[in-house]
Design a protein around this ligand. Structure first.
Ligand SMILES: *[C@@H]1O[C@H](CO)[C@@H](O)[C@H](O)[C@H]1NC(C)=O
Ligand SMILES: *[C@@H]1O[C@H](CO)[C@@H](O)[C@H](O)[C@H]1NC(C)=O
Ligand SMILES: *[C@@H]1O[C@H](CO)[C@@H](O)[C@H](O)[C@H]1NC(C)=O
Ligand SMILES: *[C@@H]1O[C@H](CO)[C@@H](O)[C@H](O)[C@H]1NC(C)=O
Ligand SMILES: [Ca+2]
Ligand SMILES: [Ca+2]
Length: 509
């Protein structure tokens, strides 16, 4: 027994020794092993992770009491964007315009609209914004010009340089008995309703307008037009703009008569009974939207901007593009499989077009993953929660979803795009038929249906405080009425409150 016990103790001691030596050996070996490579860290450029805030200049801040927002007003409020954690602002068009489509009908691409201020006001805005560390993007509207533009007037007059700047076409048919009875070149329908072709008496031809009658489409098969677009971009980049939001790209080009027996081909009919021939939806825009020929033009713009960045110091200038299109046509704006590169990103409108108050968590996940699935490898994602063309975010969803949606916007990878007022949960304002000024509502609707089309409710003035016109203007009358809920729903109140949408978004941004 005793011997056995001694043997047992010896064995136990040996095992313990073995364990200790083994552990030490393991520790020594492990410490000599090369540590795993740290994950590759890619330096992100400003535009790859920014909070981008859309300003609707007419409605942010009025500095001179005429009831209309202006550049000096924006400059006076720039600190707000710093407070809110915004990195970059983009302003809807501030260029000279008859304002039929509130600036998307530009008559001088090289100057500031008089109601908004002067070139010096713009320079002042830019200077202060840059001092505050804010990037400033302008709205580039390449598809069309106002019929008040010199380009169009000269084109009508047959000036050799501008003759083919726009989409001119002869009538399809003229009544031999009465020549004022004529058919337009095709059945194309304008985005704002009615034929996309308008007769011009002086030139004795039709011109194309995919939007309002006074917004004549440029002819992108004309090299001089393409060159002019580079000139416009260069002009504003030279002024110091940090890039552009690019407007309405799916409509940039239309079918070429050369491919269709010399005439503009009719769009196929949708067959939807409720639509009449002059109404959007009567046709399927096969020859008027998403044409594959438009993408190389966007890729050339990107080359131009990249080239500009190479030649000039400073921050990276960028292109963010607007297109309401299906996911495959949208992704092509990033670039194509041949290696062409387009916009830094096309806006992702899925939170506007795919989701609403009825959506459940699965719908949100599905929609988010769809973008990330289709997006090209290493591209930058972005998420748009509202803009000047759609009902405001709290109105499209629910008022009690504001904080959640702002948080989702900030947490998703890539760029958060937010529309004026989302940081305080600004809702659609009520705009009566009498007060309606939106060309889309006026053209497509009447006193009973205008609300289906009107973009005015998303454009009512910002609510700074509870004073006259919500602190937007000293004028009691403003270009669109201030929404009635401003005494309760305004920035000042939300800054003072212990909890508010602004305080939540402030922490999230
Ligand atoms: C107040 O605004 C209205 C509407 O924009 C305008 O007609 C009026 O002239 C403005 N008043 C002043 C004093 O500018
Ligand atoms: C010619 O047609 C126009 C438009 O349809 C009509 O207004 C006009 O009265 C017609 N003129 C004659 C002489 O019939
Ligand atoms: C998107 O639209 C294009 C042409 O308009 C079509 O060829 C394509 O199949 C569509 N893609 C999806 C995913 O719907
Ligand atoms: C719309 O206008 C028509 C014609 O002027 C009128 O009969 C109708 O009562 C109006 N409807 C509303 C809701 O005001
Ligand atoms: Ca003003
Ligand atoms: Ca076009």
């Amino acid at each position: 027994m005793r011997t056995l016990k001694i043997v047992g103790i010896v064995v136990a001691v040996l095992i313990s020794l073995g364990l200790v030596i083994g552990s030490i050996t393991w520790a020594v070996l492990a410490s000599q092993e090369t540590p795993p490579e740290p994950p590759e860290l890619i330096d992100l450029d400003w535009w790859q992770h920014c909070v981008l805030y859309q300003i609707y200049p007419r409605s942010l801040m009025d500095s001179d009491g005429d009831g209309i927002g202006d550049l000096k007003g924006i400059t006076s409020r720039l600190e707000h964007f710093v407070d809110a954690g915004v990195d970059a602002i983009w302003m809807s068009p501030i260029f000279t315009s008859p304002m039929v489509d509130f600036g998307y009908d530009i008559s001088d691409f090289y100057d500031i609209h008089y109601e908004y201020g002067t070139m010096d006001d713009f320079r002042e805005l830019l200077k202060k914004a840059h001092e505050l560390g804010l990037k400033v993007l302008l709205d580039f509207v390449p598809n069309h010009a106002s019929t008040e533009a010199e380009y169009f007037k000269k084109s009508v007059a047959g000036d050799p340089t501008y003759k083919d700047f726009f989409m001119w076409a002869d009538p399809l048919w003229v009544d031999p008995e009465n020549e004022t009875n004529r058919l337009p070149p095709s059945n194309w329908v304008s985005q704002f309703g009615g034929s996309a072709w308008e007769w011009n008496e002086e030139r004795q031809q039709f011109y194309l307008h995919q939007f309002a009658v006074v917004q004549a489409d440029f002819n992108f098969r004309n090299q001089a037009v393409k060159d002019e677009m580079f000139n416009i971009m260069k002009f504003w980049l030279d002024e110091g703009a940090d890039g552009f939001r690019v407007d309405a790209l799916p409509y940039l080009m239309e079918a070429d008569p050369a491919d269709h027996d010399g005439r503009y081909p009719d769009d196929p009919l949708s067959g939807i009974m409720q639509f009449e021939p002059h109404q959007l939806g009567y046709t399927i825009p096969l020859y008027t939207k998403d044409l594959i020929e438009l993408y190389p033009i966007v890729y050339e713009w990107r080359d131009f901007v990249d080239d500009y960045n190479k030649k000039h110091q400073g921050t990276t200038r960028v292109l963010f593009s607007e297109a309401y299109a299906n996911v495959s046509m949208t992704m092509l704006y990033y670039g194509n499989e041949a290696g062409d590169i387009g916009a830094h990103f096309p806006f992702n409108f899925d939170f506007i077009t795919e989701l609403n108050a009825e959506s459940n968590a699965r719908d949100f996940v599905y929609t988010i993953l769809r973008w990330l699935t289709y997006m090209p490898y290493r591209a930058v994602a972005n998420w748009v929660f509202g803009n000047h063309d759609n009902n405001r975010m709290p109105t499209r969803f629910r008022h009690d979803m504001v904080d959640g949606l702002n948080a989702v916007n900030m947490m998703l990878p890539g760029v958060a795009v937010t529309y004026q007022g989302e940081e305080i949960g600004l809702r659609d304002g009520y705009v009566s038929w009498e007060d309606t000024v939106d060309v889309e509502a006026l053209n497509r609707g009447d006193n009973e249906t205008y609300m289906l089309y009107s973009r005015d409710p998303a454009r009512t003035p910002y609510h700074w405080d509870d004073t006259t016109s919500a602190g937007f203007s000293t004028n009691e009358t403003t270009w669109l009425p201030v929404a009635e809920d401003y005494p309760e729903l305004n920035l000042k109140k939300q800054k003072e409150a212990e909890r508010s949408h602004f305080k939540v978004s402030l922490r999230s941004y």
